[in-house]
Design a protein around this ligand. Sequence first.
Ligand code: COA
Length: 530
Amino acid sequence: MSENRTFWENEERLLDERVSRATWPGGQKAVDRLAKQGKKPVRELVQLLIDPDTEFYELSRIAGFGVNYPGGIEDVPCAGLVTGIGKINGNWTMIFGNDSRVKAGTYFPITLKKHIRAQAIAERCGLNCVYIADSGGAFLPMQADVFPDDGHFGSMFYNMARMSAMGLKQVTLSTGGNTAGGAYIVFMACQSIMIDKMSYSFLGGPPLVKMATGEVISAEDLGGAKVHTQISGGADHFCGDQEEAVYKVREILALEKPQEISIHRYAESPPASGADSIYDIMPAQIHQSIDGRKVLECIADDSYFYEYKRDYAPGRGDNIVAGKIRIKGIPVGVIASNSVGIIFAEAARKAAEWIVRCSQEKTPLLFVQNAPGYMVGSESEHMGIGKYGSDMVRSVSCAQVPRIQLVIGPDNGAANYGMCGRAYRPHFLFHTMRARTGVMSGRSAAGVLLSIEERKREVKGNPMTDEEKQAFSQKMIEKYDGEAHPFYCGSRILNDRVLKFSEIRDWLAMAFEVSLLQPIGEPSFGNFRF
Ligand code: COA
């Protein structure tokens, strides 16, 4: 077994541990508590909901670790919410499920970010949404951070209303409490299902009603399944238990039009070099040179990479390789880092050209990112690295085709922009355990900040000692490298999932398929400098 493989398998074991902590909050005790209420853990419900023997592509599983909210709340495992994409009756569907084991499924800032990110994917890709609702609503001690702003609690319902107007079904299966603002998840749905003596939905719960009006009433009589399906009409289907309710969701979505992707899909075939060999070729050192072509061979059908401008400006132009591959039959344009990945002017020009060509041909784009930045220095500035880098950023920003970013190494500075980082709204953004996303590497940041600190201390007449300099640098390296790590980025939903190397091909195939369900717009790029 290669040293690289051993290293990455160990790293991915750490990922597994984190995911296990995220998906089993409260351990067996919490599962037993649910069972007493006649409830299954939320992922079991999701598995029943999707087509048998199909996979649930769960997003943002490690969101919410290390968030350090008031009241000593360090972690909100999985952000208290499951989101992901699965097939219902053959159609890709966005599925949401509150995990009531995490503070009664209440919404923290990170929960909202996760919910709204999944709604954004659904809206952009034209996916119906199913909400498995079981939530205490806003996490009340943080109301100022979850209630009043755009992107806060109200945005979830705004999005539901707009998506349903676009013809995207919004179906709610209520399987617990839905109080105050949270009740709207039931009432705003195109169709909603409530379960006898399990689902409740009211604008004010019994304690609030007693306080406000003096009326003493049980939750069941105030807003239970019978009340809303037989009296108020706020919900549409009455079910006896969770299984029946899940079946009802599938029935509601049974007559949806079958989805089709908007470009031709070829017959699929596996990579000739074996997808798994990626473990051997990825260097354990983050800044060590990679072979971008070999990486693509591990992802592509037949390991076939059709390369654009292979011979252009060797040593400078080939720090990015561009071309086409097929992933499970889907043709994909690629812009992939190569070697140490520093982007020279020639590489930026080639990449911008290829992005424009793919947009004109309506071929979706994959950015495989391993770039620590654009090349600096007078030679590069005079060559026009600024303007060619900007052309690359402009083409990435304006391309109308689906774009996906996969980060497999350094992801710093403006290279993050040119290679379609989060601000450039890729349809999906995936990290691997080798990804490091930050404004600069820990070493560079320490160098810059140390020189500023040294100057300040000299002006004060108190120059830094060698020990102080070393301690200062070490602290900065740890901070910057820590914040660039996929665990940190995953916790804050700066990626949609941290993928194992072995998952890359399946996930990219799913993500391109889902991103291609909507028609592709016409290209329009504004003013290039060339
Ligand atoms: N804000 C902050 N914390 C909340 C909360 C909220 N809205 N709702 C529940 N919690 C906390 C509880 O304090 C408890 O914390 P603990 O584990 O540290 O003790 C935890 O979540 C579990 O709540 P619990 O009441 O024990 O769970 P349950 O399954 O018996 O009941 C609810 C769940 C949702 C029915 C019940 O918690 C409830 O009615 N919550 C208030 C809902 C509300 O009025 N929301 C308005 C906001 S828009």
